[in-house]
Design a protein around this ligand. Structure first.
Ligand code: SF4
Length: 236
């Protein structure tokens, strides 16, 4: 098993065949579950990439472990799609991970609207630390990142050494385009977050997510005006 501690940049170059229907995703997932079994966790935000990756994961491991970081600041539509996914895939183990502070406690300690005054601190408290807790002792985690999504993601590999979480991060969807994601979702009638139909290509917490004007800039609706591209879960 390849772990953060045994990672060797020269030995571990992972090349999967990508000239197939899922552009390598199913092969990557088969490899990942053979390597890590129950020690593999999918941290899912339940956007459209999440809908697709859940469906692929379910084909390989119907009992896969999936974690959602519940910041208590998500849109109702996000909670609705989680319920729809639970109904469609009842064997998946979906965990809703909570931050240690409620929103009210955060206001008491850090003031109103920390997402405006210091979004990095807010993300740290409500996303990064909870994921750290979830990945503590976990050898590898799955993410639905795609290279096309933003300049910070264009060099991601299928298998990555993750310094931030002292783990191995596996990204099966790196070669998928936005159109391919939607084609797969519609063809397979997958449940998805209905905000996608209203101009939200990338969906995070409600205070930090806006509809976009330019659909070609998929993440421009996130932390608009803050010069922030990532929440801290994925290093730029
Ligand atoms: S996305 Fe916004 S509201 Fe959510 S944790 Fe980060 S700063 Fe806070």
């Amino acid at each position: 098993m390849i772990t953060f501690d045994t990672w060797n940049d020269h030995e571990h170059v992972y090349d999967f065949e990508i000239q197939n229907e899922t552009k390598g995703a199913l092969d990557v997932l088969k490899w990942a579950y053979q390597q890590y079994g129950d020690e593999l966790v999918y941290a899912c935000s339940f956007g459209i990439e999440g809908s697709v990756l859940i469906d692929l994961v379910h084909q390989i491991n119907p009992n896969a472990k999936i974690t959602f970081l519940d910041t208590h600041l998500h849109f109702q539509e996000t909670y609705q799609v989680i319920e729809a996914v639970k109904e469609k895939y009842p064997t998946l183990q979906i965990k809703i991970k909570q931050p240690s502070l409620s929103v009210e406690e955060q206001v008491g300690q850090y003031g109103e609207n920390l997402w405006n005054t210091d979004p990095n601190q807010c993300c740290k408290l409500r996303k990064v630390i909870p994921l750290e807790e979830e990945l503590n002792g976990v050898k590898a985690w799955l993410s639905g990142l795609r290279r096309e999504q933003s300049p910070t993601r264009k060099h991601i590999q299928f298998v990555n050494k993750d310094e931030r979480f002292h783990s191995v991060k596996i990204c099966p969807l790196i070669h998928w385009t936005w159109k391919e994601i939607w084609r797969y979702a519609h063809k397979n009638n997958l449940p998805y977050n209905k905000l996608h139909d209203n101009g939200y290509p990338s969906i995070g917490c409600a205070p930090c997510t806006k509809a976009v004007l330019d659909i070609n800039d998929l993440r421009s609706g996130r932390w608009s005006g803050h010069g922030k591209l990532e929440c801290g879960l994925h290093q730029a």
